[in-house]
Design a protein around this ligand. Structure first.
Ligand code: CDP
Length: 797
């Protein structure tokens, strides 16, 4: 019998920088990804994609493909239509072509599929399909989409007379007008957040396995939200939900790319049902980069009403969002443009008004929440660029302007001007820690001195507060399905345990951290707990992992189910110790008698009793499930400060320092949290420095390979200095944690851009749109003008 509480860090509980258990298999090359799975009798599927961005399909002749030995099936839109599967509903109440019938609407759109003995035969057969196209004028941005006489892209939809998907607004227009009337000064900013791609190393794929004998459909696939896919398959393919099993094996990165439902999944399922054999589809890199899950592509325009002393009185914002040919990204049903209205949540601004217009274009569907909570990245980017512009216009110090306008610690809970309720944070303290770390005053002096010698130093500040952990279910649903999550915990008789959640990690370390939460709640060593996610036949229902919602929702469910287990274990302990429950106390890993602390039983002894010595009338076993519907989102906060030197001769900029102060509440695993921040900062640096996907006037996608779409390696990525001393526990999360996975990717880009713009101060340059490629910085500096829009398309002539 133990005589004292366990050392939580030693058993791998909360706060332990426990090594990631999943890495045992990942770094040995023993991960089990979708493409690693081979089933007996498995066939292979390849997709024929449209070479044109906008064209009417005059005819499709697949006879040559059918004749190729080894081909089992050729699927075309017309065949899909006979089963009512040519179109599918999207996660945003729109429809999307599975295989094109009438027109192609973006380059790379799925036109036909071939299922064959091996992928090479299938690919060759795709090339033998003859498609006759009649080209139509393409539309590649929102301005063209709403221009007079623009061709209607979605002429398949009744009542769709133009290319506008929605007009949406939030905030108080009249109060904002009044704020602008009272302003001493108005600061304005217009920018473009370019189209980017989450670009996980593993592309999308699925293996559908329909068994006619059992009538069961099993699909192994790369999805971040297996239960949602099961529901979608049940509703779209009209299969009984209990006969569908979605298994999401190891996932090689998701970042939002693996949330939507893609035509490839649907076609592989139909093919397996028709052929009664397993059918594997694995997307290639170009397919992934041109057709799946684009992000951002948003034009933001706004103004800020300012008082001379620096007080922000009001903000107006307008957004034009290019969604591509189908509005298929996921967001809460109530909010057409995701959580863009989280902008300015950290600032105490009396009035704000946001208008948003979504339009179709001849580009692949876009707008996925690439490592962000439904468009928060765009919101925070605009916020921090606008704040910098306003401080500059006022001639105020960047840090002082922010501090003056922050929501103060004592003002929580705080209703943001666009409607959210934030509940906790120490914004000023985070800023102070960051300023100290970067040596703010000293840097400003050095900057002046360097300038006198013709060297350009710059410092950029960015802050972010991100609404993480949708729901609550009152406000957040996707297609009417309420957003909450779940966890199931089974403690075996020897005190070892298995925990399953409705989330699905893609490398974030859930297998490590969920065990730590159980360990914290029950005192079972983390190494005695196994975590399983991603199988709809075994995991409880959940909405999946995206928008950094896992810790705020599924992680909370893990804590809550552990508490249910502890409550039952307490009854078992009372029985074993022969005292009443009221006389029992808990310390980590052990119940003891209040009046005789040496008399106790461990959680493991209680577990054994649950199977061998339970009191009369008690249900045997020690397992339970918890569904967690969070009362609010969690609101982490961060300050990122970047310093750079810009070479005036070439426009090349080098990062000198990057300081990150993240307050994500209680850290479950500090080492994993640091990894998340470093990953996010790397992506932020990539966005600011090198990454973009653009389209030429014909709608050809530029960025369909890693020669054009750049990912930074360890060589290019600057070093990061991380600070963890500010901890504001989330007041409503059972262990006080807030999400962290996306924060640095959300808040980071503005810090890099602000630093370069700061280096150019005095030139009149207010904005260079990302990515800040050297030629764009050079152009801004040399011609003393803003550089807007996507970089020009490279010409091969
Ligand atoms: O939903 P997703 O897993 O992408 O994001 P998250 O909930 O922010 O968690 C990312 C990783 O950081 C997970 O392994 C979490 O358990 C861990 N984490 C942590 O250790 N402490 C926190 N306060 C937040 C997350």
């Amino acid at each position: 019998m133990t005589a004292q509480a366990l050392d939580e860090i030693k058993i791998g509980g909360l706060g332990a920088s426990r090594k990631r258990v999943e890495d045992n298999r990942f770094i040995r090359g023993k991960g089990n990804y979708t493409d690693d799975i081979t089933l007996p009798g498995m066939l292979h599927m390849e997709i024929l994609r449209s070479p044109l961005a906008h064209a009417r399909i005059k005819s499709i002749d697949a006879s040559r493909a059918w004749d190729i030995p080894g081909v089992h099936l050729v699927l075309t839109g017309d065949m899909m239509a006979t089963r009512n599967l040519a179109w599918m509903p999207t996660l945003s109440y729109d429809t999307q072509a599975v295989l094109a019938t009438d027109k192609v609407r973006f380059q790379g759109q799925e036109v036909a599929c071939v299922i064959a003995d091996d992928p090479y035969i299938a690919k060759d057969a795709c090339e033998a399909i003859d498609v006759e196209y009649e080209p139509l004028p393409p539309i590649v941005n929102p301005m063209q989409a709403v221009a007079e006489g623009a061709p209607v892209i979605r002429d398949d939809k009744e009542n769709q007379a133009d290319n506008v998907i929605y007009n949406w607004e939030v905030g108080d227009a009249a109060a904002t007008d009044r704020a602008f009337e009272q302003a001493d000064m108005v600061s304005r900013l217009k920018l473009h957040y370019p189209r980017s791609h989450p670009s996980p190393i593993e592309c999308c794929g699925s293996i559908a396995d329909f068994n006619r004998a059992t009538e069961k459909l099993t699909v192994y696939m790369t999805t971040q939200a297996p239960h949602i896919i099961r529901a979608a398959v049940a509703l779209v393919a009209e299969l009984p939900e209990h006969m569908i099993r979605i298994i999401s094996p190891d996932i090689g990165g998701g970042f939002g790319n693996k949330v939507p439902v893609y035509p490839g999944y649907v076609c592989s399922i139909l093919a397996s049902i028709l052929l009664e054999r397993p059918v594997k589809w694995i997307e290639d890199k170009t397919g992934n980069l041109i057709s799946t899950g684009f992000a951002r592509d948003i034009y933001l325009d706004g103004e800020m009403a300012l008082r001379q002393d620096g007080k922000i009185l009001g903000v107006r914002m307008h957004c034009d969002a290019d969604h591509g040919a189908f509005f298929s990204d996921a967001q809460p049903s109530k909010f057409k443009i995701g959580l863009l209205h989280s902008a300015f949540a950290a600032y105490d601004i009396p009035a704000a008004h946001l208008t948003a217009r979504g339009t179709y274009s001849n580009k692949a569907p876009g707008g996925v929440a690439y490592r962000c909570s439904f468009r928060v990245t765009e919101a925070m980017f605009f916020q921090e660029r606008m704040v910098q512009a306003a401080a500059d216009d006022l001639g105020m110090d960047q840090a002082a302007f922010r501090r003056m306008n922050f929501v103060r610690d004592e003002d929580f809970p705080h209703r943001t001007p666009l409607g959210f309720l934030t509940d906790s944070g120490q914004y000023g303290k985070c800023l102070d820690v960051a300023l100290k770390a970067v040596g703010y005053e000293e840097f400003r002096k050095q900057q002046e001195e360097a300038r006198a010698k013709g060297r350009l130093f710059g410092l950029g500040i960015s802050t972010m507060t991100e609404p993480l952990g949708a729901g609550n279910s009152r406000e957040y649903d996707i297609l009417g399905i309420k957003m909450f999550d779940s966890a199931e915990l089974k403690v075996h008789m020897t005190g070892k345990a298995i925990v399953r959640t409705g989330a699905r990690g893609q490398g974030q370390g859930h297998e490590t951290t969920w065990a730590q939460i159980v360990s914290h709640e029950l005192g079972i060593p983390a190494e005695d707990i196994v975590v399983e996610e991603g199988d709809t036949d075994t995991a409880p229902f959940g909405m999946g992992t995206y928008a950094s919602r896992s810790t705020p929702v599924a992680g909370a469910a893990v804590a809550m189910v552990s508490r249910k287990i502890r409550a039952k274990a307490r009854k078992l302990a009372a029985h074993l110790l022969e005292v009443s429950e009221e006389d029992i106390e808990w310390e980590l890993g052990r119940f003891y008698v209040r009046s005789a602390p040496d008399r106790g039983v461990t959680i493991q002894e209680c577990a054994m009793a649950a199977y061998s010595n339970m009191p009369d009338g008690m249900e045997p076993g020690l397992e339970n499930t918890a569904y967690y519907d969070p009362p609010n989102l969690t609101w982490p906060f961060a300050v990122y400060i970047v310093t750079v030197e810009v070479d005036p001769a070439t426009g090349v900029w080098d990062v000198l320092t990057t300081v990150a102060v993240d307050d994500c509440g209680v850290r479950i695993n500090p080492m994993i949290v640091e990894g998340q921040i470093m990953g996010g900062l790397t992506e932020a640096y990539a966005m600011a420095n090198m990454q973009f996907i653009t389209f030429d006037a014909e709608g050809n996608c530029i960025g369909s390979n890693y020669m054009d779409y750049l990912l930074p390696t360890a060589w290019e990525t600057p070093g990061f200095e991380l600070h963890s001393e500010v901890v504001t526990p989330c007041p409503h999360h059972p262990i006080g944690a807030k999400g962290i996975g996306e924060c640095a990717a959300v808040g980071g880009p503005a810090a890099f851009v602000n630093a370069v713009i700061d280096a150019l101060s005095g030139t009149g340059v207010r904005n260079i749109d990302m990515p800040l490629l050297p030629d764009r910085v050079w152009e801004a500096l040399t011609y003393r003008r803003d550089v807007s829009g996507a970089p020009p398309v490279r010409s091969d002539d």
